[in-house]
Design a binder for this molecule. Sequence first.
Ligand code: DX5
Ligand code: ZN
Length: 221
Amino acid sequence: MMKKILSPSILAADFKELGRQIQITEEAGAQYLHFDVMDGRFVPSISFGMPVLASIRGASRQIMDVHLMIEEPARYVREFASSGADIITVHLEACTDPGDTLDQIHACGVKAGLTIKPGTPVEDLAPYLDKADMFLIMSVEPGFGGQAFIPESLEKIRKLREMLDAAGLDTDIEVDGGIYQSNVAEVLDAGASVIVSGSGVFKGDIRKNTEEFMEILKKYE
Ligand code: DX5
Ligand code: ZN
């Protein structure tokens, strides 16, 4: 079985306490840190960018898992790589040439992820199956934290796991949006290996929340 990973999304953190809050997730076992970049065009909101990543990267040993919700992300791949990204995930819908964008990410020496919004069919990922190090299935409409998990996402995860199996690939499938301790098992059962959670980790007792997630994830290894 693949190792199961928790990637807390700092979008839901309290930014005046960010360093300390990140440290708690690391101590409690979260291996990745999910960094949501929004440009006000691909999604309506604006979040944070390179300087914030460069700053937090020095405060944690976690894998910096950068989710670019920006139009034509190829424009910023190099800067996010040099600011400390370990994985850069781009939206299929935002790229003129997704394959070329994945190549550009690899050329910077970092891992490349490819993601789709809830309305995009999972079959659209087929041409890129062997080109990405991770696929991200969005289980909410990208743009905001705290939304409800879209149940149809489970079928997309299952389908993508089948497509990867058929191609002889054991690529990570990350899932992002509306995941809590109460529904993470369904997401893992469907074939996910990397779990993003913002509200489920940072709202309330961060250490306890993270430990609860890690306990469930361990049962799936
Ligand atoms: C949504 C972001 C998510 C978000 C998840 O656009 O990509 O990473 O922060 O937050 P929760 O877990 O609160 O749905
Ligand atoms: Zn995200």
